[in-house]
Design a protein around this ligand. Sequence first.
Ligand code: LMR
Length: 395
Amino acid sequence: MLEALKEQPADKILALMGAYRADPRDDKIDLGVGVYKDPTGNTPVMRAVKEAERRIWSSQETKAYTGLAGEPAFADAMIGLVLGDAVPRDRVAAVATPGGTGAIRQALELIRLAAPSATVWLSNPTWPNHPSIIKYLGMPSAEYRYFDEATGGVDFDGMLADLRGVAAGDVVLLHGCCHNPTGANLTADQWQQTIAAVRAAGAVPLIDIAYQGFGDGLGADATGTRAVAGAMEECLIAASCSKNFGIYRERTGLLMAVARDAAQAKVAQGTLAFLNRQNYSFPPDHGARVVTEILTDADLRADWESELEEVRNTMLGLRQALADELRRLTNSDRFDFIARHRGMFSRLGLTPEQVEVLRKDHGVYMVGDSRINIAGLNQDTVPVLAKAIAEVASA
Ligand code: LMR
């Protein structure tokens, strides 16, 4: 049997992690995978997470199974964090999933079950694992324009024009905030226009929100998602706790299905639990418990929010510093968009060849589409990177 297997294409982001580790240069710079790093290059366990773990460790008496959907308290806490009071709670079905990727996967499984011929529309570009999972599941997909390479902003006219081609019953995948890989995001007004377009098409939005709190703040980053949930009869929302709680390896996420009424939410809830059972049975619990502890305890929550703000402001400072340095070195506003982008990523608009030169000659590792992880920088490496980019861009 195994001889029938073929080599699978390497995941570009994960392959880059391996290449970086294998590079012996001391001054190499890792701007690859989307993991937050502090200025010393460390990915810290957040203070509130440590404290929540300590509390769980000292009070937990059993590791017996929870429910197939995970602990209801986790769903309640996360629905509050992501949706606020945008939708009545009884219209929302939700299951804990292994990370945000697990939530995306379960959302797609739900779509395949309910609407097998629905086309899933993806922004061009999008996180490469979106099309990869969709292809693996054998689902039809299409792209809508999203990024304007010339300005580093959203090609909103192109996006709206393409959304006019969406058929009733299709699914439109939107990034809730901090677009991955570009860093270019919709304004509040553009969210409203997007909602109108998706509604007019009779399509269902699927929102991937993996970086809430990394852009303009916890509430501001949820504006689009809440507007969609409040306006649409139905939508799916895949939320990740990996980045904003810094619990990457705990695999903690939540899939929400907003239904038109409580009766349909109940059926969706049963279906989501069924899908969990088919794929991995009970979802991981530890990270979900940590998140619940933090979100439901006023002191822990305040501490988590303040540390998250520090993280966000550090990244904003690095964005501004890099944009300023590039403006100085290139004597142009070509890279000013870096300061306007939000979240962990910015797409620089360099060619794959230029990205390769940066890796080979300068030890700078970024994804082949010229996506950089801003958090891979610090005040010392910003000028080094800016110099390398300016050199490569002018060659
Ligand atoms: C990324 O885009 O780098 C992250 O979401 C990590 C991943 O799994 O790809």
